[in-house]
Design a binder for this molecule. Structure first.
Ligand code: NAP
Length: 278
């Protein structure tokens, strides 16, 4: 590996992206730009001070393509949420157009355990249809943007939990709970009981931070409608964890070095050798 520092774009907005940002910053030849959509007012940020943070959409595929070129991005790691399909499609198209290597980091989906009463569906619209006959008091754990598909249901009552106030349209009979994970099984059980919930709807987000509702539903014997993940772009390189992402970087034709040198000295060198990222 030569001495020049190269810039990595890390598409984030997830806990594993924040963790990965620190590990990528340990690579002596990498400057990490952590990108957020910018829709959450007080977003969680990477703890590592060496990581540069940018916020806001790129302006579609054309905008991202321009950004990759103007910011001199040498590789892109997409560690966005499994349901953030638009930015993943954008990254795939822009990387293909520019020849910048792209890796998608996707946490594994949830797997039903004994006692679970899950019904898997392909979309939020299918989840709304599946509610007929399953229950009338619904815990909608889909996040705010997932509520629109349920707006036409008039007989059901919804408890919607989201980080930010949800955009319209919303169901007529709804209570909104602004909160963010991680959640505990005891807390989720109490929530389901307090609101006399009889069916849960969730996306197959995977991971530990929001899995407690599944255990709570199992223990209470409640049915859960699980919305399957949108497909990844055909041909995308995908790994499940940060260690595999580091291995991928090391295998690139121009690999990023993988030794972990003193962070202070490295950080100073990195910051002085590149123009500012957006
Ligand atoms: P999305 O539908 O794929 O993205 C919508 C638009 O937001 C994209 O076209 C892009 O705008 C912009 N965008 C999304 N992620 C971005 C990023 N990391 N950096 C810069 N721009 C980004 O995504 P979403 O589902 O709304 O999620 C938005 C963010 O929240 C993502 O960072 C995701 O990781 C995080 N998140 C999502 C969920 C979820 O359930 N969907 C849950 C937890 C966290 P342009 O087209 O203008 O570039």
């Amino acid at each position: 590996m030569g001495s020049s520092v190269r810039r990595l774009l890390l598409l984030g907005g997830t806990a594993e992206a924040r963790r990965l940002a620190g590990r990528l910053s340990d690579l002596p030849a990498a400057e990490v730009v952590y990108s957020l959509a910018g829709r959450v007012r007080a977003p969680a940020l990477p703890a590592d001070a060496r990581v540069r943070v940018r916020s806001g959409g790129f302006g579609g595929r054309g905008g991202l393509t321009d950004y990759l070129r103007s910011a001199g991005i040498a590789a892109v790691i997409d560690a966005t949420h499994p349901f953030a399909a638009a930015i993943t499609a954008s990254a795939f198209a822009s990387c293909a157009a520019t020849g910048v290597p792209l890796l998608v980091v996707r946490r594994p989906g949830w797997v039903a355990a004994e006692g679970d009463r899950w019904r898997r569906v392909a979309s939020p619209t299918a989840a709304a249809r599946a509610l007929a006959g399953l229950g009338e008091r619904v815990f909608l754990a889909t996040g705010g943007s997932g509520a629109a598909a349920f707006a036409g249901l008039e007989r059901h009552w919804f408890l919607l939990r989201s980080v930010e106030p949800p955009p319209p349209p919303l169901p007529a009979r709804i209570e909104i709970l602004l909160d963010r994970g991680p959640f505990t099984v005891a807390g989720e059980t109490a929530l389901l009981r307090r609101h006399r919930v009889d069916v849960v709807v969730t996306k197959d987000s995977g991971g530990d931070l929001t899995a407690a509702k599944l255990t709570a539903a199992r223990e209470l014997g409640l049915p859960v409608v699980v919305v399957d993940r949108p497909p990844l772009p055909a041909g995308a390189a995908v790994v499940a964890d940060p260690a595999a992402a580091l291995a991928w970087l090391a295998r690139l034709p121009q690999p990023f070095a993988s030794d972990h040198r003193s962070t202070t000295a490295t950080s100073t060198t990195k910051r002085t050798s590149l123009p500012a990222a957006q």
